[in-house]
Design a protein around this ligand. Structure first.
Ligand code: DX5
Ligand code: ZN
Length: 217
């Protein structure tokens, strides 16, 4: 099956957000990646309720919401009401991850769990059958435009091995420092969803860059 591409709106032009959303609507991209940061779990703040509402009104593709916040379980119905289609929480931020994942699914969203660079994939083995997506952070979360951490590739291979070992179908998403140069090796290692912020929005022709990320020839 071919992989998906999810442009990260964190790198969009927030003064012309509608224009950038319409660009993604008209491109070959599959999802909108929306980063929510609380200034506690990560040392940065991003967007919240009013901006996500505005995005949802214009977006014609699923919203893939990445919560970089402590205690995300308190906000599951909030993000459902804002229009999240995929809701991803961090392993490091959830004491009762299994409960949080069940609640996301009960609300009719796909459930994702993200791992910081230092967190081994083996910690997810027991919960993998309950997940729709695992998000491998290939930078330390909090900022766009950072360099890909090389060890993430091996981590993706390990996760893909676990997926095959247990005959599972969850998506493997990679986020941080994805470029036209490393995207192919990521997909070959098992990635099914490529998130890209700066690679897309800082390029001269974002629509063509999205197409290149889709085709990887
Ligand atoms: C970082 C965010 C990413 C970010 C990726 O914490 O989760 O989604 O936007 O940006 P790039 O692709 O520029 O590294
Ligand atoms: Zn993200």
């Amino acid at each position: 099956m071919s992989h998906l591409v999810a442009p990260s709106l964190l790198a969009a032009d927030f003064g012309n957000l509608q224009q950038d959303i319409e660009m993604v609507n008209s491109s070959k991209a599959d999802w909108f990646h929306v980063d929510v940061m609380d200034g506690v779990f990560v040392p940065n703040l991003s967007i919240g309720t009013p901006v996500i509402k505005a995005i949802k009104k214009i977006a014609r593709k699923p919203l893939d919401v990445h919560l970089m916040m402590v205690d995300p379980g308190r906000y599951i119905s909030h993000f459902k009401n804002l229009g999240a289609d995929i809701l991803t929480v961090h392993y490091e931020a959830c004491t009762h991850l299994h409960r949080t994942v069940q609640q996301i699914r009960e609300q009719g969203m796909k459930a994702g769990v993200s791992l910081n660079p230092h967190t081994p994939v083996s910690l997810l083995e027991e919960i993998l059958p309950d997940l729709d997506l695992v998000l491998i952070m290939s930078v330390n979360p909090g900022f766009g435009g950072q360099s890909f951490i090389p060890g993430s590739l091996e981590k993706i291979r390990k996760l893909d091995d676990l997926k095959k070992k247990h005959w599972l179908r969850f998506d493997i998403e990679v986020d941080g420092g994805v470029t036209l140069e490393n995207a192919k090796s990521l997909v070959e290692a098992g990635v099914t969803v490529l998130v890209a912020g700066n690679t897309i929005f800082a390029s001269d022709d974002p629509i063509a860059t999205i197409q290149k990320l889709k085709e990887l020839s």
